[in-house]
Write a protein that binds this ligand. Structure first.
Ligand SMILES: *Cc1c(COP(=O)(O)O)cnc(C)c1O
Length: 205
């Protein structure tokens, strides 16, 4: 996927999104050498990953789904990166949890790139001040993340996220899923979150 986009393979991290898939479905990817995985629920990840981590070394676990503030401590204990930091209350909870754990977990700020009422993510208008708050809280800022609106061409949204990141001097861009990761890589994604294309259709959950 990198060649046509003139990107080096090492510039793009493939996050294998294993949500709803049991450990037996995850093991073949681990055996093939994949080490970066994404989950969208803290509780589900707690049920699967501690055991897999005992079997396989060097696993990096990314939280890609919405996070409730009351789960911040568990998230900080389990995950190596959080992609859904999107509001001051969560920032406060994460900063507190990181202080308590003595562990700084890099976070992407999720942007509500299509201004959708039902979606999580920081508003476009609120982004500059929120980024300032994140920096003041001394949380390592990995970059920006987005989930574009469904069923329309995602490229303009990816391009907008890339521009926002560049405007703020950020290099990390978490964007692109099974249906659009090639477009995302063309437009500068550093992290693509791919589930269905790797695992097949998801199970219940
Ligand atoms: C499930 C999910 C993905 C992966 O989606 P697929 O279409 O299965 O590749 C990526 N990002 C987020 C935030 C998700 O919840």
């Amino acid at each position: 996927m990198c060649k046509p986009a003139r990107r080096e393979p090492g510039d793009v991290t493939l996050i294998a999104v294993s949500k709803t898939h049991p450990s037996e479905a995850i093991r073949p990817l681990l055996d093939a050498g994949q080490r970066v995985f994404g989950e969208n629920r803290v509780q589900e990840a707690e049920g699967k990953w501690p055991a897999l981590r005992e079997e396989y070394s060097d696993i990096a676990l990314h939280l890609i789904g919405q996070l409730q503030s009351n789960k911040a401590e568990e998230a900080v204990a389990l995950f190596d990166c959080i992609h859904s930091l999107d509001r001051p209350s969560l920032l406060k909870a994460l900063a507190k949890a990181m202080d308590k754990a003595g562990r700084r977990v890099p976070c992407f700020v999720q942007v509500n790139i299509g201004n959708e009422a039902q979606k999580g993510g920081c508003s476009l208008a609120g982004l500059p001040s929120f980024l300032g708050e994140v920096q003041a809280a001394e949380i390592p800022l990995a970059g920006l993340m987005c989930i574009p609106p469904a069923d329309i061409e995602p490229a303009p949204f990816f391009a907008l996220l890339a521009k926002l990141a560049a405007d703020h001097g950020l290099t990390g861009l978490s964007m692109g899923m099974s249906g659009d990761y090639e477009t995302a890589v063309m437009l500068g994604a550093t992290h693509v979150r791919v589930g269905t294309a790797l695992f097949g259709e998801r199970g219940k959950g």
